[in-house]
Design a protein around this ligand. Sequence first.
Ligand code: HEM
Length: 461
Amino acid sequence: MKQIPTVKSTSGWLRTIRQINAILRPLEFMEQRSRKHGDFYQVTFKKSPPTVITSNPQAIEDIFTASPDKFEVGRGNKGLNFLVGDNSLLLLDGKEHKNRRRLLMPPFHGESLQKCSEQIVEITNKVSNRLETGKPFKVRSLTQEITLRVILSVVFGIDSGARSERLRELLTTLLETFNTPLNSSLIFFPFLQQDWGKFSPWGRFLLLKQEIKTLIYAEIAERRELLAANQLENKDIFSLLLLAKDENGAGMTDEELHDELITLLFAGHETTASALAWLFYWVHYLPEVQDKLRFELNSWDQSSNYQSINNLTYLNAVISETLRIYPIAAGTFARLLTQPMSIMGYDFEPDTWLMISIYSLHHREDLYPNSKQFEPQRFLQKTYSSYEYIPFGGGNRRCIGSALALLEMKLVTATILSRFQLRLISDRGASRRHRPMLPVRRGLTIAPPASFKMMIESKID
Ligand code: HEM
């Protein structure tokens, strides 16, 4: 039987320092381990079953195509219940998970999604109208406001009104709790989660969360009244969830509804906001990329229909490269084996965690030569399989919002570039003379630094 290299477990302070380092600098951690141990390595945490991390495409295929009952994922995501509650899709497994996904998937695909195109362009125009020529702005604030408004309107069917505005403010402030690598430690070290009132980070987080909960429960109550009066329009995901029944004819409870809505709100905008910020960065850091992209966008006739944006091959390649070089999620969810499993000659026992390093996979030199360089043309020259390129994970846990995220990235980029000539102004990565900007941890994801700024040079008539 082949043996997986084990990253030596240390004790006491040294282990804590290593853990902090892995949390604050996850990409360096993965890079060092992959360099030293190759495609597989094992990490052991105190009192936890071993975690095997892989970046091998064959192993990834074996994991993604295995029967879902070989794994438990909810247990690994349990640590997120402080944010999304116990009834979120992220924490479900088995039949419950399958049924909930079946319910949630359709609005994020096909025709329903295309209907969102107009909203996305409208929201992008509305938010970017506030940008002033010559005045620096934080790119994240721009992309986050756009993606939050989009997800609110897709899930709640609203992009205006007092409740929607308040919800947007609260969600933005709440996520600011984890906006720096250091603040992100709150998620990973439960002993830091101390409620010392509204001036302590955790106390403030709890207050904000409670206010969000109250608003969502108020919306649930209103919609239940409409449902009872037969006046509920089936126009958004919220109503769809409210109307859904399980095989015994029972609907979702208020608590289940709340947890699912909050999951979609968080998962649906944080990630896309970071991805868009990276996209703006790369396009303006590399003038040749911007030139080619603008050339292609000039040929795009939006008046025909928004769907035609999917035919812009260079834009597609730029987006793919953006999500390759710094995948927003550095790894997939961890999968806990419930049965023995053999992968490429390694025999794994039940109670072993399997995790895929998306970052290490996306930087394999055999798949992506010059992997540290931003080169969109690699996606024009080669087609990568769904085990070689996985920014949205895979198998039965593959991201349900991938199509929405990609559509948003395309339409927001096309809309903003057609209106403005922008330039980078942040201290790091400000011009080509500087080294490229490096990612930082932001909550559970990897993002551009919060300080990253740009400026409008001129408006395009
Ligand atoms: C660029 C943007 C995004 C990226 C990079 C991303 C990435 C991911 C990844 C890596 C996973 C885990 C997959 C796995 O373990 O195999 C995931 C799961 C998930 N994502 Fe996304 N995501 C994005 C946008 C969205 C959006 C817009 C939504 C909106 C609904 C969303 C909702 C979810 C949900 C609900 C899950 C859990 C799926 C499950 O457990 O079955 N994500 N995403």
